[in-house]
Design a protein around this ligand. Structure first.
Ligand SMILES: C[S@@+](CC[C@H](N)C(=O)[O-])C[C@H]1O[C@@H](n2cnc3c(N)ncnc32)[C@H](O)[C@@H]1O
Length: 197
């Protein structure tokens, strides 16, 4: 089953499980958006749980591969200057250096090739831009036997659970780490800020 298919079935229930549990982490991440009006890209935007937390002065493009998730997101986009696009985070339909800021919440560890998604985000980010990541990552060398064992199965239907962020970042040398903070679940979920010099 593709992720696009599984998220079609997950879409009606997604907010029930994720909305309250992730709200504070999203708020912490999105408060790093710039004050000045900017072009902001949200990759794998899902049902738009970030949208109510977005400051109104920016121009937003939110992309997701699953039409059912975008349908849930649409009402949340009202009042924002926000375009919804169906597409693949690993092959973005945008020119290089299109955005001042990229938000990748719960998408880097979801896709089958996290480094490709991060490289695409880096490509569409302008030099000097900021990239905000919120997701679940293992540390290099972390044993985590259950998460590593479950990942091949759960990765087919919802998310990988074996992604080591340091390995992903090492594959995208055009990005620098600015900060890395624990967010949820004892630091499994992290808030990471990157910059493209
Ligand atoms: C865990 S949800 C996260 C949604 C949202 N970013 C959030 O924070 O709630 C993962 C989302 O990634 C989307 N997705 C999966 N593979 C994708 C891909 N290759 N390109 C774009 N979106 C994808 C799914 O449709 C789903 O909406």
């Amino acid at each position: 089953m593709s992720l696009q298919t599984s998220y079609r079935f997950i879409a009606p229930f997604y907010d029930v499980f994720l909305e309250r549990a992730t709200r504070e982490a999203r708020r912490r991440s999105l408060q790093r958006l710039p004050i000045e009006p900017a072009k902001v890209f949200l990759g794998g935007a899902g049902t738009g749980l970030d949208f109510p937390l977005l400051p109104p002065q920016h121009d937003y493009v939110a992309l997701d591969i699953t039409a059912a998730m975008l349908t849930k997101a649409r009402p949340r986009s009202v009042g924002l200057n926000l375009a919804l696009v169906q597409g693949d985070s690993m092959a973005l339909p945008f020119a290089a250096a299109s955005f001042d800021c990229v938000v990748l919440h719960l998408i880097v560890a979801v896709v089958p090739h996290p480094a490709q998604a991060l490289a695409e985000a880096a490509r569409v980010l302008k030099p000097g831009g900021t990239l905000l990541v919120f997701d679940k990552f293992l540390r290099a060398g972390q044993v985590a036997p259950l998460r590593r064992a479950l990942s091949p199965l759960i990765g087919q239907i919802a998310t990988r659970t074996d992604v080591v962020f340091e390995e992903v970042l090492a594959a995208v040398p055009e990005l620098n780490l600015r900060s890395d903070e624990a967010a949820l679940a004892g630091g499994w979920f992290r808030l990471i800020e990157l910059e493209k010099p």
